[in-house]
Design a protein around this ligand. Structure first.
Ligand SMILES: [Zn+2]
Length: 1004
């Protein structure tokens, strides 16, 4: 295949880097097999094979500073002992050339990586790294390759990461191990049980039928020998897929890899996953997950209906199924989703719903969560009857067009959510490459979409037929019923206990002594630091290898009828981003908490005579996404309050006029009258925020502590913190009577906020997008009511009374863990101490806090992040078993640092790690938005350059002076807060000098 760059009329002007190598050429022991232009992502793809080992190589060469290296092995497991997963953990614990115990953490600390992780999938294991700095990139790639190909795989590592026996104080036997505990946790959640039982149930005769992560009851069967054998079998270059992305020339990568692969030879490995034989009749599986003895069991089950559909190598069919999934369940107006939700048989869709694209044969799942197991028949019947009706009546054309558009948008957008863009490309190519198919085809989205559309033109019934073929007439159908059980937990515990008691009583004294010896040995191993010669093997980046420049985001300023328009001309693959920001600094104190709800209503209700469902269809046809945001800070130069409500829309270039029309309709003719819908949105907002408390406890704790430090911190607490949870709770509770009151306040806000005088337009995209936006935006500006400009005096007046720190606050939440935050008020971005504060906070995070709070304290994490814009340095703990002890760790941070005596090597590591956190790569949407924030807050590129220079030249003396001066002073009476169980806070209060004032999260 050979694709060349097209530049006909209407085609985007994509430029692929010119080819520097040709197919057939031999370089550094590799033979180039194919060179292909991939204009869709502005890349030139080089495929090659390593002659000595057969290792597969693919480099997407493009003009991107961020480079990705990933080594991937096909690792289909034979059983559910979790061998692939335990191996994934264990290879990161040192290798022949880098024999340090926690190589992964060393890399986290001392490199400029922009991504560093490892994944175990049902049939492969993947080790990716990203960096924007060449020397750093090769350091990371060198260590990662050696870790995977030449790991130490010590017995101790296996026992720690996998499983081992331990004897308690009373002599009771138990099993522990990191993956063992991880999977025990995973299998206590309904989502994981639903995922595993449904997908494994569809493939009973293949490796997809076992649990690659490991089942807790099977993990203890894994032996160290089987574990090493799994590595020998699969972690060979002959079974490796090496993927690279970015701007470094291909030849350099080949030469680098030639060194890494030296000494390896080709071996015969069959790691292919066989095809599942198709069934002639539907089947059922049942699974359970544990709930507490007094927990409700009603409406907690999940019922999934799953089909085995097309083979992964049938790309046209796969794409058709992706479009079909959008049409059936993709948005609020999709018919299968509507039928399932409106039936009341369950609360929401099963999270597994949709097409699963990982597997060699593609599962398609629909299901309901929050159901009862005895409704399984009714749910299956409803799903089948609804599909039958949709097939008979035909899918409305608008719905399919909207579905086409959503798939196309997702395929084109350059985004770092949920993963950095190079990783998204990696996983796209893997979906075919791993099954011995062309890795580049999934990258050619526009071409594939065009041919699907052509098929649809020829056959108007294409999607209705697909419903028949892959669902209604497909006997390979599985019904999975995942039900809660109050007895499962205790039963499992008892069974395990009985087994261990029996084993214990059969053990000889020698065997028991051996277990004790192993436990001691593991502890000793953990405590002993790596010998200096091992530490010295880790590659170190020199300060002069770090670029001195800061990345600048292009910004052009224009105006339309006095409304400022900030334009950011960036390659965005044909996607346009529009941020409409309104000044809200003068909004009265009592209306401030309503601003998040204003955003939810603007993006979720109807407008201009269309109900919310009709508007949802219209949005699916034209928008990639629509969301609202709130920003608050004090301007750097003069501390003036800056507060903005931002409506954010994104769309493909051809939909720019419609995007702007939708935004205009929402702003000038938004509808607040659909009472039931407003109620649903309010409840949804409340549930989401409430559900985010536990996973983000440290952030809630920080916001609570910081609320008294500045006006912007108070706003953030009101909008996103504990008091917002209370506000929404109050609104939900009173909606019956007071719904009208909320509506009136929202209407008042709309009237006063959505006005030309307080508007700012911020737009991002390719040059063509910007030109088109300019034309469309004139209409938007003209449509908005004039006036509304906010004066400095008004915003200061709205700020109200003085901000004060007040007493420590303890917010009572359920659960066993604490989230402890203390926020130190420190100088801001342009102060002379700011760069040293940045280095110091990063060093405390990876040093003192990591060691005391996580390693010794047993918390999931300890954090310390200097926010230069706010002038705050929060210390936070996450899922922390301790409270008073953690406060002591904060108290001793300064003295612990001063006692450390950093040597020049450690100082360099501290600086490299700190710079790494300055250079976060951003996608086009983030870049445009960040440029807007910087401008609003008065942060110039010169400020950022000086700050970076300051970080790079920080000295040990400066750090010590900063700790002893600024930090010590700021620690006195620094505000603090904790989220924890009430009894826990009250117990702490008995010994603390500064007691927490206890409040509950539900009400003040
Ligand atoms: Zn894991």
């Amino acid at each position: 295949m050979n694709r060349s760059s097209s530049s006909g009329p209407g085609a985007p002007h994509h430029v692929c880097p010119p080819a520097t190598l040709a197919a057939g050429q031999e370089i550094a022991g590799f033979r180039i097999t194919r060179v292909t232009a991939v204009p869709e992502i502005r890349a030139t793809a080089y495929e090659a094979r390593h002659l000595a080992t057969g290792a597969r190589f693919l480099h997407l060469h493009c003009d991107d500073r961020e480079n990705l290296y990933a080594i991937v092995f096909r690792t289909p497991p034979f059983d559910s002992t979790g061998v692939a997963h335990i191996l994934e953990h264990s290879v990161l614990a040192g290798s022949r050339h880098f024999p340090v115990k926690d190589a992964f953490n060393e890399l986290v600390k001392s490199t400029l990586n922009t991504f560093l992780n490892a994944f175990t999938a049902p049939d492969f294991t993947c080790y990716p790294i990203c960096s924007q700095v060449r020397a750093d990139f090769y350091n990371l790639a060198r260590v990662y390759t050696d870790l995977t190909l030449r790991p130490l795989l010590k017995k101790n590592t296996f026992m720690r990461e996998g499983h081992h026996l331990q004897l308690g104080e009373e002599g009771a036997l138990s099993i522990t191990g990191i993956v063992y505990n991880e999977m025990k946790g995973a299998f206590s959640t309904p989502e994981r049980v639903s995922f595993s039982s449904t997908l494994q149930g569809l493939f009973p005769d293949t490796p997809y039928g076992v649990e690659s992560g490991g089942k807790p009851e099977d993990i203890p069967q894994l032996t160290h020998e089987a574990f090493c054998e799994f590595h020998r079998r699969y972690y060979s270059p002959s079974n490796a897929y090496i993927f690279l992305y970015g701007g470094i020339p291909t030849r350099d990568h080949l030469e680098f890899l030639a060194q890494q692969l030296e000494g390896f030879t080709a071996i015969e490995i069959d790691s292919r996953v066989p095809l599942q034989r198709r069934w002639s009749a539907p089947r059922e599986v049942r699974a359970e997950f544990p709930v507490g003895e007094s927990d409700p069991v009603e409406k907690r089950a999940t019922v999934n209906i799953a089909w085995l559909t097309a083979d992964a190598d049938d790309l046209p069919e796969r794409l058709a199924l992706e479009v079909l999934q959008e049409a059936l369940v993709g948005n609020a107006a999709a018919p299968l989703r509507q039928a399932l939700i409106d039936s009341g048989l369950g609360e929401d869709l099963s999270p597994l719903t949709g097409l699963v694209t990982w597997y060699k044969q593609l599962p398609f799942v629909v299901g309901l969560r929050g159901a009862d197991p005895d409704k399984a028949d009714a749910i299956e019947k409803l799903a089948l009857e609804t599909l039958e009706r949709i097939r008979r009546e035909g899918i409305p054309r608008d719905l399919l067009e909207g579905a086409f558009h959503q798939v196309e948008f997702k395929g084109l957008e350059i985004t770092r959510a949920p993963l950095p863009f190079p990783l998204i490309l990696l996983f796209r190519t893997m979906s075919t490459w791993l099954h011995d198919l062309d890795p580049l085809v999934p990258l050619t989205f526009p071409t594939l979409m065009a041919s699907l559309r052509e098929r649809w033109t020829v056959d108007a019934q294409l999607f209705e037929k697909a419903i028949g073929r892959w669902m209604l007439e497909n006997p390979h159908r599985l019904r999975a019923v995942i039900a809660p059980s109050r007895t499962l937990g205790p039963e499992r515990e008892q069974a395990l206990e009985a087994e261990l008691t029996a084993r214990r009583s059969a053990m000889s004294e020698t065997e028991l002594a051996e277990i004790r010896r192993t436990m001691k040995e593991l502890q000793r191993d953990q405590r002993t630091p790596d010998p200096p010669e091992a530490v010295a093997t880790m590659p170190k980046l020199q300060i002069d290898e770090i670029p001195r420049t800061v990345e600048m985001i292009p910004t052009a300023e224009r105006a339309i009828e006095g409304v400022p328009v900030w334009e950011h001309d960036l390659f965005s693959n044909g996607v346009a981003y529009l941020d409409v920001a309104f000044d809200v600094a003068d909004v009265a104190e009592d209306l401030q908490p309503c601003l998040p709800m204003l955003g939810a209503a603007a993006t979720g209700m109807g407008a201009a005579g269309m109900g919310y469902a009709a508007l949802a269809s219209r949005k699916a046809l034209a928008l990639g996404a629509l969301a609202a945001d709130l920003e608050a800070a004090e301007r750097l130069a003069d501390d003036a309050p800056v507060q903005r409500f931002v409506l954010r829309a994104r769309a493909l270039r051809r939909n720019i006029p419609e995007m702007v029309a939708i935004v205009r309709d929402i702003l000038i003719a938004g509808d607040l009258d659909e009472h039931e819908r407003l109620k649903d949105i309010l409840a949804e907002e409340r549930n989401q925020l409430r559900a985010s408390v536990a996973p983000n406890g440290h952030a809630f704790s920080r916001r609570t502590a910081a609320a008294g430090l500045s006006l912007s911190s108070r706003r953030e607490e009101q909008w996103f913190g504990v008091s917002q949870v209370r506000f929404l709770n109050g609104q939900v509770g009173a909606f019956g009577d007071a719904g009208a009151a909320l509506r009136a306040r929202l209407a008042e806000l709309r009237m006063s906020v959505f006005r030309r005088g307080r508007m700012l337009l911020n737009v991002t995209g390719d040059t063509e997008c910007l030109t088109e936006l300019r034309a469309a935006l004139a209409g938007l500006v003209a449509a908005l009511p004039a006036g509304g400009a906010v004066s400095g005096g008004e915003s200061r007046a709205a700020a109200g009374g003085a901000v004060s720190a007040g007493a420590p606050r303890g917010v009572a939440i359920p659960g066993e863990v604490c989230y402890v935050a203390r926020v130190l008020p420190v100088p801001r971005h342009n102060a002379p101490e700011a760069p040293a504060l940045w280095v110091l906070s990063n060093h405390l995070r990876t040093g003192h806090l990591y060691k005391k709070i996580r390693v010794e304290g047993g918390a999931y994490g300890g954090l310390c992040l200097y926010d230069p814009l706010k002038g705050q340095l929060p210390m936070m703990s996450y899922r922390d078993p301790n409270l008073e002890r953690t406060l002591e760790v904060y108290d001793t941070a300064v003295d612990a640092f001063l006692a450390e005596n950093l040597d020049p090597d450690a100082m360099r590591t501290a600086i490299v790690g700190a710079v790494g956190r300055l250079d976060r790569p951003m996608d086009p949407a983030e870049k445009g938005y960040e440029a807007m924030r910087r401008r609003l807050f008065g942060l110039s590129d010169d400020d950022r350059r000086r700050f970076r220079e300051g970080v790079l030249s920080t000295t040990i003396e400066q750090l010590r002076a900063c700790a002893d001066g600024v930090l010590r002073r700021a620690s006195v009476d620094a505000p603090q807060a904790v989220l924890a169980k009430r009894e826990r806070i009250e117990a702490a209060n008995r010994t603390l000098a500064r007691a927490f004032v206890v409040e509950t999260i539900e009400e003040a």
